[in-house]
Design a protein around this ligand. Sequence first.
Ligand code: GDP
Ligand code: GDP
Length: 437
Amino acid sequence: MKPVVALVGRPNVGKSTLFNRLIRDRQALVDDMPGVTRDRHYGEARWDDKAFTVIDTGGFLTEDDDYFAAQIRDQLAVAVAQASALVLILDGRAGLSPFDHDLAAMLRKSGKPVFYVVNKIENQRQLDDLGDFYDLGIESFYPVSAEHGIGVADLLDDLVAGLPDAVESDMEDNETVRIAIVGRPNVGKSSLANQLFGSPRVVVNEKAGTTRDAIELEVCHKGRRFVLVDTAGIRRKGKVTEKLEKFSILKSLKSLENCHVALILIDAAEGITDQDITIAGYAEKKGCGAVFLLNKWDRVDKQEKGEKAYISELRQMAKFLSYAPVMTVSALTGQRCHRILDMAANVYEEYGFRINTGTLNRIIADAVQREEPSLHKGRRLKFFYATQVATRPPCFVCFVNYPKAVHFSYERYLVNQLRQMIPLNLTPIRLYFREKT
Ligand code: GDP
Ligand code: GDP
């Protein structure tokens, strides 16, 4: 993991100009690729053999946003939290604004090294005119012209001198588990996101081609890397939209698109609702791994209705997700939250499981021998061989003489046999039948 440098400043001070200058070589590469968005806010930079990641936090703001209320609470705060150094960019032509003071105060509070940059300085006269910037209470600043590259080298010399080296940690070798937190409004998604991903060790990522709101959080847990997918839908509390159940379901759907494991949050204190089950159904359809979390367990009267009763009710309502483990947790108190990622890792292991063809065929042959399929229109169903064609989720194909003859109940029998014998208890699996030609 490389150290992160965050570029901060109000709109129009020149953040993206400086950003583009820092990541110049790579950006050119990216821009040449068709279909890749030009509107990138993360980039890789290198100076003096020191590699670092630059974030242009300007990508998270628009001028019409309620600047401080909306920004500082979420994306900007996240960027600042995980940066090793902060660069506050000021506009040397427009002069100081109240926002600059607020931003400077916020950055200082982070305790991280802050580099003050006064941009758009292209001649001596402008340089002589910058006394006002000391009003920020700073001892020095870097006059630069991001556009023309003046002064940028001096800034970079000092900036990288204080940066930690990139760490080649073990977890780079491990695959990343992509987590989605889904559920109705108010079930505790943001609270859980903070419990699991809220530590200062989080790193922000952006996937090419996603919107600027798509910021992702990473956390390392027991040597494995977890990424929280579609944080924007969780961390960013819209004003009106929050109330719209439909909208939140759309967000859930979107985050399910590219996750490995969905944490399906249910407000246990309120009880399991049809809408919870609808959302669970989406997870099942997408074929991702899933963990049910009965949240707000701290508020549940366990005398009246205990864990067993909840789980059996849930199992009854969501039969289609019988492989999803159920946990009772409290995102508020943190109760059992430390075990959630353990569980997600277990699910992920099975989700990516690969079996060798010999073993698979032995299991199928044994199962068929133990319980022969019934005749179909007088014909006997013959199994030739089976093979695993995909993982995530594990997907198997059986070649038979007559696929249409496989009765639904027999298919279910084979799926159950595979689950028991492999064993695969925590992941969806798919079984298809093809005609051997
Ligand atoms: P951002 O909103 O902070 O990302 O600012 P931009 O990088 O988009 O720059 C805002 C405007 O300032 C653009 O018109 C840039 O061309 C201009 N600008 C940026 N850097 C410089 C500079 O060093 N000198 C001058 N003269 N203009 C600049
Ligand atoms: P979201 O809309 O799903 O993101 O839900 P939030 O995380 O914003 O939580 C909604 C409300 O439920 C907030 O007032 C939280 O403090 C509260 N809440 C979340 N998790 C728990 C929990 O485990 N126990 C209790 N008692 N309250 C919780």
